[in-house]
Design a protein around this ligand. Structure first.
Ligand SMILES: [Zn+2]
Length: 490
Protein backbone atom coordinates (compact mmCIF):
# COMPACT_ATOMS: atom_id res chain seq x y z
CA UNK A 1 0.00 0.00 0.00
CA UNK A 2 1.21 3.47 -0.78
CA UNK A 3 -0.51 5.91 1.50
CA UNK A 4 -1.04 9.47 0.45
CA UNK A 5 1.52 11.93 1.74
CA UNK A 6 -0.09 14.53 3.96
CA UNK A 7 1.33 17.28 1.81
CA UNK A 8 -0.36 16.00 -1.28
CA UNK A 9 -3.74 17.33 -2.13
CA UNK A 10 -6.38 15.55 -0.07
CA UNK A 11 -8.50 14.95 -3.13
CA UNK A 12 -5.90 12.50 -4.37
CA UNK A 13 -7.10 10.04 -1.74
CA UNK A 14 -9.66 8.51 -4.03
CA UNK A 15 -6.99 7.52 -6.49
CA UNK A 16 -5.21 5.43 -3.91
CA UNK A 17 -8.02 4.19 -1.71
CA UNK A 18 -8.50 0.50 -1.15
CA UNK A 19 -4.99 -0.68 -1.96
CA UNK A 20 -3.69 -3.76 -0.22
CA UNK A 21 -2.68 -3.11 3.37
CA UNK A 22 0.90 -3.84 4.38
CA UNK A 23 2.60 -3.29 7.69
CA UNK A 24 5.39 -0.83 8.12
CA UNK A 25 8.95 -2.10 8.29
CA UNK A 26 9.74 -0.08 11.41
CA UNK A 27 9.59 -1.85 14.76
CA UNK A 28 6.26 -1.20 16.50
CA UNK A 29 6.68 0.46 19.85
CA UNK A 30 3.53 -0.24 21.82
CA UNK A 31 0.69 -2.70 21.99
CA UNK A 32 -2.85 -1.52 21.32
CA UNK A 33 -6.13 -3.39 21.08
CA UNK A 34 -7.27 -2.16 17.70
CA UNK A 35 -5.67 -0.29 14.84
CA UNK A 36 -7.98 1.07 12.16
CA UNK A 37 -5.94 1.75 9.03
CA UNK A 38 -6.10 2.92 5.47
CA UNK A 39 -9.12 5.23 5.53
CA UNK A 40 -10.03 8.79 4.61
CA UNK A 41 -10.04 9.91 8.22
CA UNK A 42 -12.26 12.86 9.16
CA UNK A 43 -11.34 13.52 12.78
CA UNK A 44 -13.58 16.53 13.61
CA UNK A 45 -10.92 17.60 16.12
CA UNK A 46 -10.52 21.29 16.91
CA UNK A 47 -8.31 21.75 13.83
CA UNK A 48 -10.75 19.70 11.71
CA UNK A 49 -7.80 17.54 10.65
CA UNK A 50 -8.46 15.18 7.75
CA UNK A 51 -5.99 12.45 6.79
CA UNK A 52 -6.16 11.20 3.24
CA UNK A 53 -4.75 7.92 4.46
CA UNK A 54 -5.24 7.87 8.21
CA UNK A 55 -5.18 5.48 11.12
CA UNK A 56 -6.62 5.34 14.65
CA UNK A 57 -5.15 3.34 17.54
CA UNK A 58 -7.54 2.20 20.28
CA UNK A 59 -6.92 0.74 23.72
CA UNK A 60 -9.89 -0.46 25.70
CA UNK A 61 -12.67 2.05 25.11
CA UNK A 62 -10.36 4.99 24.35
CA UNK A 63 -8.62 6.43 21.32
CA UNK A 64 -4.88 6.59 22.00
CA UNK A 65 -3.46 7.91 18.73
CA UNK A 66 -4.69 9.49 15.49
CA UNK A 67 -2.74 10.47 12.41
CA UNK A 68 -1.17 9.47 9.12
CA UNK A 69 -1.38 5.75 8.54
CA UNK A 70 2.36 5.26 8.19
CA UNK A 71 3.11 7.23 11.35
CA UNK A 72 0.55 5.47 13.55
CA UNK A 73 1.31 2.01 12.18
CA UNK A 74 4.97 2.55 13.05
CA UNK A 75 4.12 3.30 16.67
CA UNK A 76 1.78 0.42 17.51
CA UNK A 77 1.67 -3.35 17.53
CA UNK A 78 -2.08 -4.02 17.40
CA UNK A 79 -3.93 -7.10 18.57
CA UNK A 80 -6.45 -6.48 15.79
CA UNK A 81 -6.23 -4.53 12.55
CA UNK A 82 -9.31 -3.20 10.78
CA UNK A 83 -8.60 -2.24 7.18
CA UNK A 84 -10.89 0.59 6.11
CA UNK A 85 -9.90 -0.16 2.48
CA UNK A 86 -9.87 3.52 1.66
CA UNK A 87 -13.37 4.18 3.00
CA UNK A 88 -14.31 7.23 5.02
CA UNK A 89 -13.66 6.97 8.76
CA UNK A 90 -15.65 9.42 10.89
CA UNK A 91 -16.87 9.89 14.47
CA UNK A 92 -20.13 8.16 15.31
CA UNK A 93 -23.02 10.49 14.51
CA UNK A 94 -25.27 11.68 17.34
CA UNK A 95 -29.05 11.95 17.14
CA UNK A 96 -30.28 14.51 19.65
CA UNK A 97 -34.00 13.71 19.72
CA UNK A 98 -35.39 10.25 19.07
CA UNK A 99 -38.71 8.85 20.34
CA UNK A 100 -37.87 5.17 20.37
CA UNK A 101 -41.29 4.09 21.69
CA UNK A 102 -43.07 5.22 18.52
CA UNK A 103 -40.34 4.26 16.09
CA UNK A 104 -42.26 1.37 14.55
CA UNK A 105 -45.45 3.35 14.06
CA UNK A 106 -44.10 4.33 10.65
CA UNK A 107 -46.57 3.50 7.93
CA UNK A 108 -49.38 3.51 10.46
CA UNK A 109 -49.28 7.26 10.93
CA UNK A 110 -50.52 8.42 7.51
CA UNK A 111 -48.46 10.28 4.95
CA UNK A 112 -51.10 13.02 4.88
CA UNK A 113 -51.32 14.72 8.27
CA UNK A 114 -54.95 15.81 8.53
CA UNK A 115 -57.48 14.75 11.18
CA UNK A 116 -59.56 13.05 8.50
CA UNK A 117 -56.60 11.07 7.22
CA UNK A 118 -55.29 10.27 10.68
CA UNK A 119 -57.70 7.96 12.47
CA UNK A 120 -54.76 6.51 14.34
CA UNK A 121 -52.54 8.70 16.48
CA UNK A 122 -49.29 8.32 18.36
CA UNK A 123 -51.39 8.13 21.54
CA UNK A 124 -53.31 5.15 20.16
CA UNK A 125 -49.95 3.46 19.63
CA UNK A 126 -48.33 4.29 22.95
CA UNK A 127 -51.42 3.36 24.95
CA UNK A 128 -51.06 -0.23 23.78
CA UNK A 129 -47.35 -0.66 24.40
CA UNK A 130 -45.91 -3.11 26.88
CA UNK A 131 -42.35 -3.00 28.18
CA UNK A 132 -41.25 -5.68 25.72
CA UNK A 133 -42.60 -3.57 22.85
CA UNK A 134 -40.48 -0.63 23.93
CA UNK A 135 -37.46 -2.92 24.21
CA UNK A 136 -37.84 -4.27 20.67
CA UNK A 137 -38.38 -0.82 19.20
CA UNK A 138 -35.23 0.46 20.89
CA UNK A 139 -33.28 -2.48 19.45
CA UNK A 140 -34.59 -1.63 15.98
CA UNK A 141 -33.57 1.99 16.55
CA UNK A 142 -30.07 0.80 17.47
CA UNK A 143 -29.69 -1.37 14.38
CA UNK A 144 -31.08 1.34 12.12
CA UNK A 145 -28.69 3.89 13.64
CA UNK A 146 -25.64 1.71 13.09
CA UNK A 147 -26.53 1.16 9.43
CA UNK A 148 -26.59 4.95 9.05
CA UNK A 149 -23.43 5.61 11.03
CA UNK A 150 -25.08 6.80 14.27
CA UNK A 151 -23.87 5.64 17.66
CA UNK A 152 -25.89 7.74 20.16
CA UNK A 153 -29.54 8.70 20.58
CA UNK A 154 -31.04 11.11 23.09
CA UNK A 155 -34.53 10.06 24.12
CA UNK A 156 -36.60 12.98 25.46
CA UNK A 157 -38.46 11.20 28.28
CA UNK A 158 -41.16 9.43 26.29
CA UNK A 159 -40.50 5.76 26.98
CA UNK A 160 -42.69 4.45 29.76
CA UNK A 161 -40.05 2.01 30.97
CA UNK A 162 -36.54 3.47 30.55
CA UNK A 163 -34.91 0.24 31.75
CA UNK A 164 -36.38 -1.55 28.72
CA UNK A 165 -34.87 0.99 26.33
CA UNK A 166 -31.56 0.95 28.22
CA UNK A 167 -31.27 -2.83 28.03
CA UNK A 168 -32.06 -2.70 24.33
CA UNK A 169 -29.41 -0.07 23.59
CA UNK A 170 -26.84 -2.07 25.54
CA UNK A 171 -27.77 -5.29 23.75
CA UNK A 172 -27.15 -3.70 20.34
CA UNK A 173 -24.13 -1.79 21.61
CA UNK A 174 -25.17 1.82 21.00
CA UNK A 175 -25.09 4.73 23.41
CA UNK A 176 -28.29 6.30 24.67
CA UNK A 177 -29.40 9.17 26.86
CA UNK A 178 -32.61 8.60 28.82
CA UNK A 179 -34.78 10.85 30.98
CA UNK A 180 -37.64 10.36 33.43
CA UNK A 181 -40.80 9.44 31.54
CA UNK A 182 -43.45 11.99 30.72
CA UNK A 183 -42.59 14.87 32.98
CA UNK A 184 -45.70 17.03 32.74
CA UNK A 185 -48.04 18.60 35.25
CA UNK A 186 -50.32 20.89 33.19
CA UNK A 187 -53.29 19.79 31.10
CA UNK A 188 -54.55 21.57 28.04
CA UNK A 189 -51.60 21.45 25.65
CA UNK A 190 -52.22 20.38 22.06
CA UNK A 191 -51.29 16.77 22.81
CA UNK A 192 -53.03 16.51 26.18
CA UNK A 193 -55.99 14.46 25.02
CA UNK A 194 -57.12 12.01 27.69
CA UNK A 195 -55.95 9.11 25.56
CA UNK A 196 -52.41 10.50 25.55
CA UNK A 197 -52.23 10.82 29.29
CA UNK A 198 -53.94 7.59 30.30
CA UNK A 199 -50.81 5.76 31.41
CA UNK A 200 -48.97 8.70 32.99
CA UNK A 201 -51.40 11.52 33.92
CA UNK A 202 -50.45 15.19 34.20
CA UNK A 203 -49.71 14.89 37.89
CA UNK A 204 -47.47 17.39 39.66
CA UNK A 205 -46.92 15.18 42.70
CA UNK A 206 -45.65 12.30 40.58
CA UNK A 207 -43.50 14.55 38.37
CA UNK A 208 -41.63 16.14 41.27
CA UNK A 209 -41.20 12.75 42.92
CA UNK A 210 -39.54 11.01 39.96
CA UNK A 211 -37.55 14.02 38.70
CA UNK A 212 -33.88 13.15 38.25
CA UNK A 213 -34.31 9.43 38.74
CA UNK A 214 -32.51 8.53 35.52
CA UNK A 215 -29.37 10.40 36.61
CA UNK A 216 -28.38 7.41 38.74
CA UNK A 217 -27.08 5.90 35.50
CA UNK A 218 -24.25 8.47 35.47
CA UNK A 219 -22.61 7.08 38.61
CA UNK A 220 -20.78 4.66 36.31
CA UNK A 221 -18.46 6.80 34.15
CA UNK A 222 -18.28 3.97 31.61
CA UNK A 223 -22.04 3.51 31.31
CA UNK A 224 -23.18 3.20 27.71
CA UNK A 225 -26.60 4.53 28.69
CA UNK A 226 -26.64 7.82 30.56
CA UNK A 227 -29.26 9.99 32.19
CA UNK A 228 -30.31 13.56 31.50
CA UNK A 229 -33.29 15.71 32.49
CA UNK A 230 -36.32 16.33 30.29
CA UNK A 231 -39.80 17.75 30.59
CA UNK A 232 -42.34 17.12 27.85
CA UNK A 233 -42.64 20.80 26.98
CA UNK A 234 -43.49 24.22 28.31
CA UNK A 235 -47.12 23.79 27.19
CA UNK A 236 -47.46 20.81 29.47
CA UNK A 237 -45.43 21.94 32.46
CA UNK A 238 -45.79 24.58 35.13
CA UNK A 239 -43.02 27.10 35.55
CA UNK A 240 -42.19 25.46 38.89
CA UNK A 241 -41.66 22.05 37.25
CA UNK A 242 -39.59 23.64 34.51
CA UNK A 243 -37.47 25.41 37.10
CA UNK A 244 -37.03 22.28 39.20
CA UNK A 245 -35.95 20.35 36.10
CA UNK A 246 -33.50 23.05 34.99
CA UNK A 247 -32.07 23.29 38.54
CA UNK A 248 -31.73 19.50 38.69
CA UNK A 249 -29.88 19.46 35.36
CA UNK A 250 -27.62 22.33 36.48
CA UNK A 251 -26.79 20.61 39.76
CA UNK A 252 -25.82 17.37 38.02
CA UNK A 253 -24.07 18.88 35.01
CA UNK A 254 -26.39 17.32 32.44
CA UNK A 255 -28.52 18.47 29.55
CA UNK A 256 -32.04 19.80 30.13
CA UNK A 257 -34.27 19.18 27.12
CA UNK A 258 -37.88 19.74 26.11
CA UNK A 259 -40.16 20.17 23.12
CA UNK A 260 -40.90 23.79 22.42
CA UNK A 261 -42.83 25.97 19.98
CA UNK A 262 -43.64 23.16 17.60
CA UNK A 263 -46.35 25.27 16.03
CA UNK A 264 -48.35 28.44 16.53
CA UNK A 265 -50.71 26.77 19.03
CA UNK A 266 -47.78 25.87 21.28
CA UNK A 267 -46.31 29.36 21.13
CA UNK A 268 -49.69 31.00 21.80
CA UNK A 269 -50.45 28.85 24.85
CA UNK A 270 -47.12 29.63 26.51
CA UNK A 271 -47.14 33.32 25.53
CA UNK A 272 -50.59 33.75 27.09
CA UNK A 273 -49.64 31.85 30.22
CA UNK A 274 -46.78 34.26 30.83
CA UNK A 275 -48.58 37.53 30.21
CA UNK A 276 -48.22 37.79 26.46
CA UNK A 277 -44.44 38.08 26.53
CA UNK A 278 -42.86 35.95 23.81
CA UNK A 279 -41.98 32.85 25.73
CA UNK A 280 -38.22 32.66 25.10
CA UNK A 281 -37.92 36.25 26.29
CA UNK A 282 -39.88 35.33 29.41
CA UNK A 283 -37.74 32.24 30.06
CA UNK A 284 -34.55 34.29 29.75
CA UNK A 285 -35.80 36.81 32.29
CA UNK A 286 -36.67 33.99 34.68
CA UNK A 287 -33.28 32.27 34.38
CA UNK A 288 -34.71 29.30 32.52
CA UNK A 289 -32.24 29.36 29.63
CA UNK A 290 -28.57 28.42 29.70
CA UNK A 291 -25.77 26.53 27.99
CA UNK A 292 -27.09 23.13 29.08
CA UNK A 293 -30.56 23.75 27.60
CA UNK A 294 -31.53 21.82 24.49
CA UNK A 295 -34.92 22.85 23.12
CA UNK A 296 -36.47 20.90 20.29
CA UNK A 297 -38.41 21.96 17.16
CA UNK A 298 -38.59 25.74 17.67
CA UNK A 299 -40.53 26.23 14.46
CA UNK A 300 -41.95 29.49 15.79
CA UNK A 301 -39.23 32.00 16.69
CA UNK A 302 -40.05 35.71 16.82
CA UNK A 303 -37.59 38.60 16.22
CA UNK A 304 -37.18 39.44 19.90
CA UNK A 305 -36.38 35.81 20.71
CA UNK A 306 -33.34 35.59 18.38
CA UNK A 307 -30.91 37.60 20.58
CA UNK A 308 -32.23 35.89 23.69
CA UNK A 309 -31.46 32.45 22.25
CA UNK A 310 -28.00 33.55 21.08
CA UNK A 311 -27.10 35.20 24.39
CA UNK A 312 -28.12 32.16 26.43
CA UNK A 313 -25.58 29.82 24.82
CA UNK A 314 -28.30 27.19 24.56
CA UNK A 315 -28.55 24.50 21.90
CA UNK A 316 -31.45 23.68 19.58
CA UNK A 317 -32.54 20.49 17.86
CA UNK A 318 -33.77 21.22 14.36
CA UNK A 319 -36.27 18.84 12.84
CA UNK A 320 -37.01 20.46 9.47
CA UNK A 321 -38.99 17.42 8.34
CA UNK A 322 -41.80 18.23 10.75
CA UNK A 323 -42.08 21.86 9.73
CA UNK A 324 -42.46 20.71 6.12
CA UNK A 325 -44.67 17.67 6.85
CA UNK A 326 -47.15 19.75 8.83
CA UNK A 327 -46.75 22.76 6.50
CA UNK A 328 -45.70 24.94 9.43
CA UNK A 329 -43.07 26.71 7.35
CA UNK A 330 -45.72 27.73 4.83
CA UNK A 331 -46.69 30.47 7.31
CA UNK A 332 -43.60 30.76 9.49
CA UNK A 333 -40.22 31.16 7.91
CA UNK A 334 -37.72 28.87 9.64
CA UNK A 335 -35.37 31.00 11.72
CA UNK A 336 -32.95 28.23 12.65
CA UNK A 337 -30.74 28.64 9.53
CA UNK A 338 -30.26 32.26 10.54
CA UNK A 339 -29.41 31.18 14.09
CA UNK A 340 -26.86 28.69 12.74
CA UNK A 341 -25.21 31.45 10.71
CA UNK A 342 -25.08 33.61 13.84
CA UNK A 343 -23.33 30.95 15.90
CA UNK A 344 -26.11 29.14 17.74
CA UNK A 345 -25.30 25.50 18.48
CA UNK A 346 -27.79 23.45 16.47
CA UNK A 347 -28.01 19.70 15.96
CA UNK A 348 -30.53 17.35 14.38
CA UNK A 349 -32.95 14.76 15.73
CA UNK A 350 -35.08 12.17 13.95
CA UNK A 351 -37.99 12.76 16.41
CA UNK A 352 -40.84 10.40 15.53
CA UNK A 353 -39.56 8.51 12.52
CA UNK A 354 -42.73 9.12 10.51
CA UNK A 355 -41.40 9.29 6.98
CA UNK A 356 -37.65 9.55 7.45
CA UNK A 357 -34.71 7.85 9.06
CA UNK A 358 -31.37 8.81 10.58
CA UNK A 359 -29.53 11.28 8.40
CA UNK A 360 -32.50 12.37 6.30
CA UNK A 361 -33.20 15.46 8.39
CA UNK A 362 -29.80 16.89 7.58
CA UNK A 363 -30.52 16.78 3.86
CA UNK A 364 -33.97 18.27 4.46
CA UNK A 365 -32.39 21.01 6.56
CA UNK A 366 -29.88 21.78 3.83
CA UNK A 367 -32.72 22.11 1.30
CA UNK A 368 -35.02 24.00 3.70
CA UNK A 369 -32.26 26.51 4.36
CA UNK A 370 -31.66 26.98 0.63
CA UNK A 371 -35.38 27.42 0.03
CA UNK A 372 -35.35 30.32 2.48
CA UNK A 373 -32.22 32.05 1.22
CA UNK A 374 -29.61 30.48 3.49
CA UNK A 375 -26.74 28.08 2.94
CA UNK A 376 -25.65 25.33 5.27
CA UNK A 377 -22.59 23.57 3.91
CA UNK A 378 -21.97 19.84 4.04
CA UNK A 379 -19.03 20.60 6.32
CA UNK A 380 -21.34 22.44 8.71
CA UNK A 381 -23.77 19.52 8.65
CA UNK A 382 -20.85 17.26 9.55
CA UNK A 383 -20.19 19.48 12.58
CA UNK A 384 -23.86 19.45 13.52
CA UNK A 385 -23.92 15.64 13.49
CA UNK A 386 -20.74 15.27 15.53
CA UNK A 387 -19.10 17.97 17.64
CA UNK A 388 -22.10 20.28 17.83
CA UNK A 389 -24.40 17.38 18.72
CA UNK A 390 -21.95 16.15 21.36
CA UNK A 391 -22.00 19.63 22.90
CA UNK A 392 -25.81 19.67 22.79
CA UNK A 393 -26.07 16.41 24.74
CA UNK A 394 -23.38 17.44 27.21
CA UNK A 395 -20.85 14.79 26.21
CA UNK A 396 -18.20 16.78 24.32
CA UNK A 397 -15.53 15.42 26.63
CA UNK A 398 -16.29 11.86 25.52
CA UNK A 399 -17.68 11.69 22.00
CA UNK A 400 -18.16 13.67 18.80
CA UNK A 401 -14.62 13.57 17.42
CA UNK A 402 -11.76 11.17 16.81
CA UNK A 403 -9.07 12.44 19.15
CA UNK A 404 -6.72 10.89 21.69
CA UNK A 405 -8.47 10.51 25.02
CA UNK A 406 -12.00 10.36 23.63
CA UNK A 407 -14.10 7.22 23.53
CA UNK A 408 -13.71 5.10 20.42
CA UNK A 409 -17.08 5.64 18.71
CA UNK A 410 -15.95 5.27 15.11
CA UNK A 411 -17.70 4.56 11.81
CA UNK A 412 -16.13 3.20 8.64
CA UNK A 413 -18.12 3.71 5.47
CA UNK A 414 -18.28 1.15 2.75
CA UNK A 415 -16.30 1.94 -0.40
CA UNK A 416 -18.27 -0.32 -2.71
CA UNK A 417 -21.61 1.49 -2.82
CA UNK A 418 -22.46 3.87 -5.67
CA UNK A 419 -24.06 6.59 -3.51
CA UNK A 420 -20.72 7.77 -2.17
CA UNK A 421 -18.86 7.83 -5.45
CA UNK A 422 -16.71 9.20 -6.89
CA UNK A 423 -14.69 9.93 -3.75
CA UNK A 424 -13.52 13.31 -5.01
CA UNK A 425 -15.23 15.22 -2.17
CA UNK A 426 -15.88 12.65 0.55
CA UNK A 427 -17.57 14.96 3.06
CA UNK A 428 -20.10 16.30 0.58
CA UNK A 429 -20.74 12.88 -0.94
CA UNK A 430 -21.19 11.25 2.46
CA UNK A 431 -23.42 13.94 3.95
CA UNK A 432 -25.69 14.71 1.03
CA UNK A 433 -26.01 11.65 -1.20
CA UNK A 434 -24.36 8.85 0.74
CA UNK A 435 -25.83 9.54 4.14
CA UNK A 436 -28.10 6.53 4.32
CA UNK A 437 -27.23 2.93 5.14
CA UNK A 438 -23.67 3.07 3.87
CA UNK A 439 -21.89 2.27 7.13
CA UNK A 440 -19.85 -0.90 6.95
CA UNK A 441 -18.12 -1.17 10.31
CA UNK A 442 -18.86 0.59 13.60
CA UNK A 443 -17.10 0.63 16.95
CA UNK A 444 -18.80 2.01 20.04
CA UNK A 445 -16.75 2.48 23.20
CA UNK A 446 -13.95 0.54 21.53
CA UNK A 447 -16.17 -2.47 20.89
CA UNK A 448 -16.79 -3.75 17.38
CA UNK A 449 -20.60 -3.77 17.25
CA UNK A 450 -21.20 -3.71 13.49
CA UNK A 451 -19.14 -5.48 10.84
CA UNK A 452 -19.71 -5.66 7.10
CA UNK A 453 -23.19 -4.19 7.51
CA UNK A 454 -24.34 -6.60 10.22
CA UNK A 455 -24.66 -6.46 13.99
CA UNK A 456 -22.06 -8.43 15.88
CA UNK A 457 -24.13 -8.23 19.07
CA UNK A 458 -27.57 -9.56 18.16
CA UNK A 459 -29.02 -11.71 15.40
CA UNK A 460 -30.19 -8.94 13.12
CA UNK A 461 -32.82 -11.00 11.30
CA UNK A 462 -34.31 -12.19 14.60
CA UNK A 463 -34.62 -8.62 15.90
CA UNK A 464 -36.21 -7.41 12.68
CA UNK A 465 -38.70 -10.27 12.73
CA UNK A 466 -39.49 -9.48 16.37
CA UNK A 467 -40.10 -5.85 15.43
CA UNK A 468 -42.53 -6.84 12.71
CA UNK A 469 -44.41 -9.19 15.05
CA UNK A 470 -44.46 -6.59 17.80
CA UNK A 471 -46.07 -3.98 15.54
CA UNK A 472 -48.79 -6.46 14.58
CA UNK A 473 -49.47 -7.22 18.25
CA UNK A 474 -49.80 -3.54 19.13
CA UNK A 475 -52.12 -2.86 16.20
CA UNK A 476 -54.28 -5.85 17.08
CA UNK A 477 -54.61 -4.57 20.65
CA UNK A 478 -55.50 -1.12 19.32
CA UNK A 479 -58.03 -2.43 16.80
CA UNK A 480 -56.24 -0.73 13.95
CA UNK A 481 -57.75 -1.08 10.51
CA UNK A 482 -55.27 -0.15 7.79
CA UNK A 483 -56.29 2.36 5.15
CA UNK A 484 -54.28 1.42 2.13
CA UNK A 485 -54.44 3.21 -1.21
CA UNK A 486 -55.34 0.11 -3.21
CA UNK A 487 -57.21 -3.10 -2.58
CA UNK A 488 -55.00 -5.84 -1.20
CA UNK A 489 -55.87 -9.42 -2.07
CA UNK A 490 -55.20 -11.78 0.83
ZN1 LIG B 1 -40.26 14.97 19.89
Amino acid sequence: MRCIDAHEHAHAAWKHAGKELTMTEEAPAAVCDTLIRNGYLITMDTQRAVYACGAVAINGNAIVAVGRDADIAARFRPRRVIDAKGGVIHPGFIDCHCHVAIHLSRGIIPDHPTPQAAPFSFADWTNHLEDEDEHIQAQIVGLEMLRHGYTFFLEPGTVYEPDAAAAAAESVGVRAGLADPYMWDVSGGPQSRPSTTRRIPNDAKRAFKVLGGQLARNKDPDALVRGHVAIYGACYSSESLMRAAKDCADAHGVTFTMHHNFDQDDAKIVDERYGGVHNMVYFAKRGLLGPNCLYVHMNIIRDDEIPVILDSGMSLVWQPGNSMYYKINANFKPRIPELIERGCNVAFGVDAAKIWTFGDLELLGYLDASQHGHYISAARIMEMRTVHAAHAVGLSHMIGSIESGKRADIVIRSVDVPEILPGANPIQELLLSGHRATASTVLVDGRLVFLDGRSTQVDQNTVIAAGRAMARRVLDRAGYIPRLPWTVVN
